[in-house]
Structures are given as C-alpha cells and as structure tokens.
Design a protein around this ligand. Structure first.
Ligand code: SF4
Ligand code: SF4
Length: 193
C-alpha cells in the first residue's frame, strides 16, 4: 500500500519544539528522517501525517499542525517505531506529549468523540488495571449517544469471544491506580507552576 501524507512546511515556533523535547524527554533533533518509524507503524494507513512527519513538525515548530493532526490520536503507542529507530527517538512519548498539550490547550473540543474515547480508555485502565473492552465500548456508546453505528461489529466480536463479558483480573490493580495518582499529582503541580 502506498502512503498518502501531507508535505511538511518549514516554518515555526521554536518554544513549542523545546517544550515537547523537555516534556517527552526525547531529543527529536537526532531524527534524520530515515522513515523507518513510518514504514514499521501498523496504523500508518490511518494517519494524516506519518510518524516521521510528526517528528519533523515538532522539529520545525509547527505547533498548530502537530496538535491538530489526527495522527496523535491514531497512534496506538505500540512502541514498534521506538524499537526500530536508529536514533532512539521515543515517538510514543512524543505522541503522548502532543495529546496532553492538545487537551490542555483545548485544541480539540471537549465533547469530541476522540476526547471521549481517550478519557474513557484511561478511566477504564485506572479502574480495572488493564483494558476491559466491553465496558469501554458501552461507556463510549452512552457518552456519545451513538448506540447503533457499530452494532453488528460489536455483536460479531461478542460471538467470536473477542469481547469478554467478565472484567479482567489483575493482581496489582492498586499499583496501577498508584501510578495514575502520581500522574494526577504531577499534572496538578505542573498547573500550579
Ligand atoms: S526512525 Fe527515528 S530517525 Fe528515522 S525517521 Fe523515525 S524518528 Fe527519525
Ligand atoms: S507507537 Fe504509534 S507511531 Fe509508533 S509504530 Fe506504534 S502506532 Fe505507530
């Protein structure tokens, strides 16, 4: 399959670039655009900018382009790109940082489906320690009030056992919740400074 992606303009805001580098702990300047990340990304077909292009957007400080890109929400944080990058550019951490910035700066609207999905996904992990797909699905349906669009797919997944009726059992749910509490605290401290 051939990738269809936007070209990257070369203008921008250097403060944005520094902020992403610092918050993600990733030196994106090391990226020399070899494309390995984009060729290995399993969801590249659904992205508007490919992973190496998002890195370039950040390098050249194109904040609006980066924060409004569909790619930052399509990325599944699978780490395939980070594992293969010859320069140790941690793209999943860059994507996390961009998502957090987009939410903080209200670049995406509060009630938008992708934001609902993002929050519900994280709430579920906080509650169960890992993802509980059936609960995720039902909560998203309730919150978006879109009850029928994927009904057939949902029923098929249920029949094939891909949606488990019972929630997952994880020994150390308390440990996962403690991680979330630490993140909440550091975000609150960040907002105060
Ligand atoms: S694999 Fe690494 S160096 Fe190559 S384009 Fe992607 S981020 Fe840049
Ligand atoms: S972490 Fe995101 S960008 Fe990297 S390969 Fe996985 S889905 Fe693609």
């Amino acid at each position: 399959m051939q990738y269809v992606a936007k070209s990257v303009p070369a203008i921008g805001d250097t403060d944005f670039s520094s902020e992403v580098k610092e918050a993600s702990g990733t030196n994106i300047d090391r990226c020399y655009q070899c494309l390995t990340c984009s060729l290995d990304c399993p969801v590249a077909f659904a992205m508007d900018y490919l992973p190496h292009q998002v890195v370039r957007l950040v390098q050249v400080g194109l904040k609006q382009e980066a924060l409004t890109s569909a790619t930052i929400w399509v990325c599944a944080n699978c780490e395939a790109c980070a594992t293969r990058c010859p320069n140790d550019v941690a793209i999943p951490r860059v994507m996390d940082t961009l998502r957090a910035m987009a939410l903080r700066e209200r670049v995406v609207e509060k009630g938008k489906d992708i934001v609902v999905f993002h929050h519900t996904f994280l709430e579920n992990i906080r509650r169960w320690g890992r993802q509980y797909e059936l609960s995720l699905l039902l909560q998203i349906k309730l919150r978006t009030r879109d009850f029928f669009s994927d009904l057939r797919l949902g029923l098929r997944m249920l029949r094939q056992g891909k949606l488990k009726l019972r929630p997952p059992r994880l020994k150390d749910v308390a440990g996962v919740r403690a991680i979330f509490r630490r993140i909440d605290q550091s975000l609150a401290e960040g907002e105060r400074t």
